[in-house]
Design a protein around this ligand. Structure first.
Ligand SMILES: Nc1ncnc2c1ncn2[C@@H]1O[C@H](COP(=O)(O)OP(=O)(O)OP(=O)(O)O)[C@@H](O)[C@H]1O
Ligand SMILES: [Mg+2]
Length: 249
């Protein structure tokens, strides 16, 4: 379904992603993991064509992904969003409907219902008129999840959705991810968390510029792979398949 071939991204000579290839099928939650600066965000942006790609190509259902961006919902890393932008919760989610509606047409009743349903799903309908900048980190993440839902996409890319969110929001995010997976969507979720949430993923892509490992969490989280990705600064606390636990010093 999603085929990434020999993808390479560099920023004026600084190599961020080097020759990464993989093929993913629908109905999977895929974790993209690796240390800070490993190129996780750059990989996502390279897939979407948001940064100049040196080499490689990305196909979705056998056609170039760049021609089908309406099928993609992308939630950037929180640090990359301008939180002072004066926009309400409801309008953030409504933005997802612009592609369906057209920029200068009025929003259809159908779109309004989809926005309401998405905000209710993430427990944010009550706060629909609040400016996005006034919400907590977890609330903001819920709103962006609602935006992704309202887009009715096929491919979902989340960059570090769990940063700054509490356990309750984290659980809700995984619940929604599971629902999307069950309806045959493909989800790529960036994170450097290797601990108790490993069991929530069907597959991990472990990267550090290049692709170090691609497989089930059990296959990917091995001492050898972690050493290769993170160097010597990782200590394994436990190593059981369903409760993979590591400490990063
Ligand atoms: N806009 C940019 N200009 C120049 N270099 C960049 C730019 N964005 C990222 N880089 C560099 O590319 C490399 C990969 O960065 P990237 O943000 O993709 O890593 P990451 O794995 O997402 O890190 P983090 O876990 O901190 O989010 C780093 O060396 C970073 O300094
Ligand atoms: Mg990043």
């Amino acid at each position: 379904m999603l085929e990434v071939q020999h993808l390479a991204v560099n920023y004026r000579g600084v190599v961020a992603v080097e020759n990464i290839s993989f093929c993913l099928q629908p109905g999977e939650i895929v974790g993209i993991i690796g240390p800070n600066g490993a190129g996780k965000s750059s990989l996502i942006k390279g897939i979407l064509g948001l940064v100049p790609v040196d080499r490689g190509n990305v196909k979705f259902r056998s056609r170039s992904l760049s021609k089908q961006l309406a099928q993609v919902a992308y939630i950037p890393q929180r640090s990359q969003i301008d939180w002072d932008y004066p926009i309400t919760v409801q309008n953030v989610v409504m933005m997802a409907r612009i592609r369906h509606t057209g920029l200068f047409k009025s929003i259809s009743r159908h779109s309004k219902l989809i926005v309401q349903k998405a905000l209710m799903r993430v427990g944010m309908w009550e706060l629909k008129d609040r400016p996005i900048g006034e919400l907590s980190g977890g609330q903001q993440q819920r709103v962006f999840l609602a935006q992704a839902l309202a887009q009715e996409a096929e491919l979902f890319l989340f960059d570090e959705p769990f940063i700054g969110v509490d356990k309750k929001t984290e659980a809700m995010l995984f619940e929604v991810f599971d629902e999307l997976k069950s309806s045959g969507k493909l989800l790529l979720v960036v994170g450097h968390e290797l601990r108790e949430t490993a069991r929530e993923y069907d597959r991990f892509l472990l990267i550090n510029k290049t692709l170090i490992a691609n497989g089930s969490p059990r296959e990917v989280i091995t001492a050898e792979n972690i050493q290769e990705a993170y160097g010597d600064n990782v200590i394994f606390l436990h190593r059981s398949p369903n409760n993979v636990s590591s400490g990063i010093c």
